[in-house]
Design a protein around this ligand. Structure first.
Ligand code: NAD
Ligand code: IPM
Ligand code: MN
Length: 357
């Protein structure tokens, strides 16, 4: 039997709530299929662990994780622990150590999902963001000089390597070519006169290898405006780490909210484990109330199934999410319902069983 070994880092806040449901859904897919199984190993890493040990993960955490086929992560961050410590020492170190240089984030309006934009059809919001995920504005390079003095200076470098830009841009071209879609690059070369000029140059250079792909190039400010005014312009989108972070929360807002926004951190070469996580955070404002929406996590689980070659199941999960959204009977409060986290997952599982009958 084909066994997928998954490291689970449920993390903080609503992370454990949504991940528990994601695991039930994955197990159910395996049970109904009969041809593969999951083996989940839980790691208690996160802000609680930090308070007890002074570390966000075990000292040999990265080495431990490297033995798994994938990582399933909930959310990281809790009041009382500085965010730059909790995130850098867990989430970001995993993305970088495992060279997960592709952050694949669907911004797709599913059937039944609420959209705050006027006059928009579901086919108008159907994008895939390919976000650079290991360098750029998140390189972690910089300095803090004369701390606390009058002449205090901080420097945060953006690091754009040729290899780093080429590989993410090439991945996006390949995706656009395979799906017969347009490719849009989002940058900011008018103001960022080194990094983004370089990005645009590489977008053009790599593009010469893909004459069949129709391309567009937007400045990030204009792109934000068009995502609201005319989202149908965007199909496959490639952008830098920080711009991709911001634009995918904007994307979540037009595609049903944070409770529906999924993401995959991929090491396409499969030399290291890839990581699947909802893009939302630990939501301290609703923690412990069982109000968190598990559907973003279920969508990330669908991305995991795709990644393992079970695309049939990946697709079934999306269709089950759509049915639950269309029926509007069992939804969490963020989507206007009054069901709790587990009830929504129960409903997904019920739909999966109907599918299989
Ligand atoms: P957040 O995504 O946690 O919350 C933003 C808003 O969306 C909140 O009102 C929250 O209740 C709502 N929301 C988020 N997920 C939801 C869900 N599944 N169901 C229903 N509502 C949901 O962002 P924030 O408040 O800016 O950050 C909180 C903490 O999470 C911070 O410590 C931050 O650094 C961290 N964070 C972690 C990740 C991650 O682990 N991937 C991502 C973003 C933020
Ligand atoms: C995300 C998150 C992270 C990011 C934070 C928590 C470091 O916002 O995955 O979108 O900026 O990448
Ligand atoms: Mn984000």
């Amino acid at each position: 039997m084909n066994t997928h070994k998954i490291a689970v880092i449920a993390g903080d806040g609503i992370g454990p709530e949504v991940i528990a449901e994601g695991i039930r859904v994955l197990d159910e897919a395996a049970r109904l299929d009969g041809g593969f199984r999951f083996e989940f190993t839980h790691f208690p890493w996160g802000c609680e662990y930090y308070r007890e040990t002074g570390r966000m993960m075990a000292e040999n955490g990265i080495e431990t994780l490297s033995a798994f086929d994938a990582i399933f992560l909930g959310a990281v961050g809790a009041p009382g622990v500085p965010d730059h410590i909790s995130l850098w020492d867990l989430l970001l170190v995993i993305r970088k150590s495992f060279d997960q240089y592709i952050n694949l984030r669907p911004v797709k309006l599913l059937r039944g999902a609420p959209c705050p934009l006027k006059g928009v059809e579901i086919r108008d919001v159907d994008m895939t963001f390919v976000r650079e995920n290991t360098e750029g504005e998140y390189a972690g390079s910089g300095s803090w000089l004369f701390k606390g003095k009058e002449n205090e200076v901080v420097i945060q470098d953006g690091v754009f390597s040729r290899k780093g830009c080429e590989r993410v841009i090439r991945y996006a071209y390949e995706l656009a070519k395979a799906q017969g879609k347009t490719l849009t690059s989002i940058s900011k070369a008018n103001a960022l006169n080194y990094s983004m000029v370089f990005w645009d140059q590489i977008f053009e250079e790599v593009g010469r290898e893909y004459p069949e792909v129709k391309t567009y190039s937007y400045l990030v400010d204009a792109a934000s405006m068009f995502m609201i005014k005319d989202p149908a312009r965007f199909e496959i989108v490639v952008t830098s780490n920080l711009f991709g972070d911001i634009l995918t929360d904007l994307g979540a807002a037009i595609a049903g909210g944070m409770g529906l926004a999924a993401g995959a951190n991929l090491n396409p070469e499969r030399k290291f484990p890839s990581m699947f996580e909802p893009i939302h955070g630990s939501a301290p404002d609703i923690v412990g109330m069982k109000k968190s929406n598990p559907l973003a996590t279920v969508w990330s689980a669908s991305q995991m199934l795709d990644f393992f070659g079970h695309e049939d199941w990946g697709k079934i999960l999306i269709e089950c999410i759509e049915e639950v959204l269309v029926e509007k009977k069992v939804l969490t409060p963020d989507l206007g319902g009054n069901a709790n986290t587990t009830e929504v997952a129960d409903e997904i599982i019920r739909k999966m069983r109907e599918y299989k009958r």
